[in-house]
Design a protein around this ligand. Sequence first.
Ligand SMILES: *Cc1c(COP(=O)(O)O)cnc(C)c1O
Length: 333
Amino acid sequence: MQLARYPRLRFAHLPTPLEPLERLSRNLGGPRVYVKRDDCTGLGFGGNKTRKLEFLMADALAHGADTVITAGGIQSNHVRQTAAAAARLGVDCELVLTRIVPWNGGDYEETGNVQLDRLLGAKLHFHPGDADRDAAMEEIAGWVHARGGRPYVIPVGGSNPVGALGYVACALELENQANDLGIEVDYVVHASSSGGTQAGLVAGFRAINSPTRVIGIDVDADTEAVATDVGRLAQAMADQLDLPGDIADDVVVKGGYAGETYGAPTAGMVDAVTRLARTEALVLDPVYSGKAMAGLIDLAENGAFESSDTVVFLHTGGTPSLFAYRTAFGEPE
Ligand SMILES: *Cc1c(COP(=O)(O)O)cnc(C)c1O
């Protein structure tokens, strides 16, 4: 596998740190937990989409694009990182934001990622929760064409075979860091939603024949759909990279931690975010990494890991939305 054959821009701060969570590990009584700080990728407050965007934006420029278009929920981190990458490269950015989360109020609609989207100079298009995002993006692409521009549409979450290359590269990066630290990583645990992060990781680990297993924690409250999306994209990556074996065997998505819907706060999330802040000064987010950490803690407490295992929690970012969810943490309205 040669990643160098794919066009890539360099704007992420890499490698992201891999650090032990010593107090959490002691509290849990095993396994040994490390954090991989992909919340620190650097671009416009960082997060996991930045790795995908290194490949996606390279592809956009290779196609002569002068405008990128993408979509997400109101507090989408993917949308904010796309706005940041566009600002960095001097291309226009049009964002479709849909009200898919049953959580609102002034903080939710205007602070956190939305505030950053505006600051970064993107153009925002708000839609109801049931809007067809693909149709809304195509409509904007039509306007851009009509005014003589060159649009490039990035799918929700940046999860296609181009974007997922960012997480193939992350698997290789993690393997090198683990070798340098002298640790064998048994598991990587992270929040899984549109599938590109997990599909890229499983493809990357398979490409180097690593025994590291990936556990995606469903944050969409639809575990089957997430597993299907991850499986489909992992297969596309396996085909594209000509990987051996049946990659479907590597796709593990655990449910039960998302609560009622995507983006809805849960008691487990509030506990996990609070616990990590107070034991490690590690700030998680309410939509993704907080629920994924709730999953990791529950799995650890219920014997899913050996006490001698090493588990890497991939912190995928999302921290700007913490401010939009202020009241979920008991703050006054
Ligand atoms: C998008 C996102 C994820 C999920 O990644 P996918 O590749 O969409 O599965 C996890 N955490 C955060 C903070 C995100 O923004």
